[in-house]
Design a protein around this ligand. Sequence first.
Ligand SMILES: C[S@@+](CC[C@H](N)C(=O)[O-])C[C@H]1O[C@@H](n2cnc3c(N)ncnc32)[C@H](O)[C@@H]1O
Length: 267
Amino acid sequence: MNYKKIISYAALSLYACTYISSVKAIETNTKYKREDYVKKMPKEYEFKSATIIRINDAIYEYMLDVSLREPQPMRRLREETAKDSQSIMQSPVDQGQFMALMVKLTNAKNILEIGTFTGYSTLWMASALPENGKIITCDVSPQWTSIGEKYWKEAGVRDKIDLRIGPAENTLNQLIEDKTQEQFDIVFIDADKSNQSLYYEKSLKLLRPGGLIILDNVLWQGKVVDHSFDDVDTKSIRTLNAQLKDDSRVDISMLALGDGVTLIRKR
Ligand SMILES: C[S@@+](CC[C@H](N)C(=O)[O-])C[C@H]1O[C@@H](n2cnc3c(N)ncnc32)[C@H](O)[C@@H]1O
């Protein structure tokens, strides 16, 4: 072995030793850091994933651009509703499409909707029902619901919709008296928020086991976490949200969709 070869073997061995020890150092270091991170993680971050995304306008627009399939009657109804001073009450378009998907996923045939407004959510759900499907929807306002009726006809789903005008509590009591208990596949709760718990309890009676309640406005424009708001509606929403967590009659999942939606499956 000549002089040059001895030098290059020595350099190679030195490089290999340095490399192996640096890899070990990285491994040890990573392990140490990870354990340290887990130990030090503050309690409030325990459930958070590193991949939770904070939606901004650009991301929301992107979501709509690449996923929204709003049919013409829904779009026209939404445009007419936008002229109303109370248009904020209408479900957002992506929520409409989401609820239509829920109807199809659950093979729902019988739906109950509490709070019709101009019938935008009614239209999405009715359009997703099979030909023999039915949706009972109730509201106190003949004016607002009459706006929806035009578009229900235009979409060819008017015959699937049974509109009941009057206080929702009366409509629900009537359905319970009519022995329609455990008949509904889906109940969408979206009326006066002060009665959130009352509608939930009555809906549970009317829902079949395995059926789905879609509970709207559970985040109430963020007022649920801002304790400077202690109005009846906000308190009522907070109360039911808190009760649902320990309600062993149901399975739940709360989604940051629209103004917050909790999916509730009756056991
Ligand atoms: C948030 S809006 C419903 C929105 C509709 N589900 C949608 O997604 O487009 C609430 C509706 O509940 C109705 N409402 C309020 N109090 C009611 C009651 N006691 N009984 C029945 N409907 C009621 C209002 O007239 C209003 O149209």
